[in-house]
Design a protein around this ligand. Structure first.
Ligand SMILES: [Zn+2]
Length: 428
């Protein structure tokens, strides 16, 4: 029994009332409805009277049912304006005329691409791969048009890899939220869209008064060139990450030659080193004293890292803070020095930007407020998305899951939310 007998004879399943069903044709693997849209224009856009000019047949794809492809053969009426002489077709609501499919099919394919690859989606929908790709990009553009994420006053740039390809997260440093994610096009010739990449994105970030960066020369050059009014600084987060890393390297180098007995004794040294000094309890202080007495190199490294921490405490003047850092590096013993070499080079190369942090009082909006930010890449990767397409990952991060009903204001993807999401058990 054909499925259509259950439906009112005049309706095309799933379409608005105005679509009058003329006939249904079912062949192997294909359902074709012939229909017309009964609401006709009475006037031209210019206000002129219109006259029927003819009918044109048009095939529109709809969501497949089981294994059958669904098509709607539309008799589209054409009109001629009596004033301007222009001809036009009647409006067809719920039809995506650009792609020749129904709007619900358009949404189905667009949303499906978050969970399936383009190939899978093409198989499922009976469309070509390239068509699926085009629909998806159009879908994202449509969703994005409804969402407004304000440009941050305090911008921060954070390098991440998405599907192993380099990208930059644009962060609102006040709100601690990602406001955009852009692929690094200089290393990705595959991306054909000309308006992608960090440079054009920064051009649109003109509201930024300050831009926090890591030790990244390309970021610095781009910001200087494209946001000349903004103050660019190296964020505390990146300086401390390097100082912590140098200490960690010294710790590992020291550990390498220890006996098993000593390794056990020092089992929690890494955590102890990471803690704030004033939060250490008695046992930990004793442990540190023991380690430092035995391994002066490690003591050196720890004190240097502590000096960097001290530089960022309170609101020091730029020169005082920078002086603490350079003095700490100068005071290192010969054996420990090489481990801090890259930090030393970074301070030299980015001296003005490291100082600028204190000048703009970026302590108030530093990324170091989220110490776990090192895991940003993992947090982004934990956002569910299976198509492995950059645009899908970006949309999953920044855009609503479905097509919004009205435009709205978003602050972007909150880092706190991303952090808690990534701790959820993986989907089974
Ligand atoms: Zn007209």
């Amino acid at each position: 029994m054909p499925a259509t007998t259950k439906l009112p004879a005049h309706a095309v399943p799933g379409m608005p009332r105005g679509y009058r069903l003329i006939g249904t044709e079912k062949t192997d693997g294909l359902i074709r409805y012939e229909a017309e849209y009964t609401v006709l224009p009475t006037k031209c856009k210019c206000g002129g009277a219109v006259k029927l000019f003819g009918t044109r047949k048009r095939i529109v794809g709809d969501i497949p049912r089981k294994d059958a492809k669904v098509e709607i053969l539309l008799n589209v009426k054409r009109f001629k304006c009596q004033r301007s002489g222009q001809t036009f077709s009647q409006e067809l609501p719920e039809i995506h005329t650009d792609h020749g499919i129904t709007r619900r099919f358009f949404l189905h394919v667009g949303q499906g691409c978050f969970k399936r690859t383009f190939q899978e989606m093409a198989m499922e929908s009976g469309l070509e791969d390239t068509t699926v790709r085009l629909i998806f990009h159009r879908y994202l553009k449509d969703v994005e048009a409804w969402v407004r994420i304000p440009d941050p006053l305090a911008l921060a740039l954070f390098s991440v890899k998405v599907f192993r390809r380099p990208a930059t997260a644009l962060i609102d440093a006040h709100a601690l939220a990602i406001v955009d994610l852009v692929e690094d096009t200089t290393q990705n010739a595959r991306t054909r869209t000309t308006d992608a990449g960090l440079a054009p994105r920064l051009e649109r970030a003109g509201a930024a008064q300050t831009v926090g960066i890591g030790f990244d020369a390309r970021h610095r050059e781009l910001v200087r060139a494209l946001l000349p009014k903004a103050v660019v600084y190296v964020d505390q987060f990146f300086v401390m990450a390097m100082a912590d890393d140098a200490l960690e390297q010294v710790r590992r180098a020291t550990r390498k030659d220890l006996s098993i007995y000593l390794k056990r004794k020092l089992a929690h040294d890494a955590e102890t080193f990471a803690k704030e000094r004033e939060h250490l309890h008695e046992q930990e202080v004793e442990l540190l004293e023991y380690i430092f007495g035995t391994y002066p190199g490690l003591s050196d490294a720890y004190e240097a890292r502590e000096a960097f921490r001290e530089a960022y405490r309170g609101k020091k003047a730029a020169e005082e803070a920078f002086g603490l850092m350079t003095a700490a590096l100068a005071g290192l013993s010969g054996k420990t020095k090489p481990f801090f070499k890259s930090l030393q080079v970074a301070l030299k190369t980015f001296g003005p930007e490291v100082r600028a942090f204190f000048e703009v009082e970026a302590q108030d909006f530093t990324l170091a407020r989220v110490p776990e930010l090192k895991k940003l890449e993992e947090w982004i990767a934990a956002v569910p998305e299976r198509g492995h397409v950059f645009e899908a990952a970006r949309a999953s991060l920044l855009l609503p899951a479905g097509m919004p009903a009205r435009s709205f204001l978003s602050r972007g993807a909150s880092l706190a939310r991303l952090r808690s999401n990534s701790y959820k058990a993986p989907e089974v």
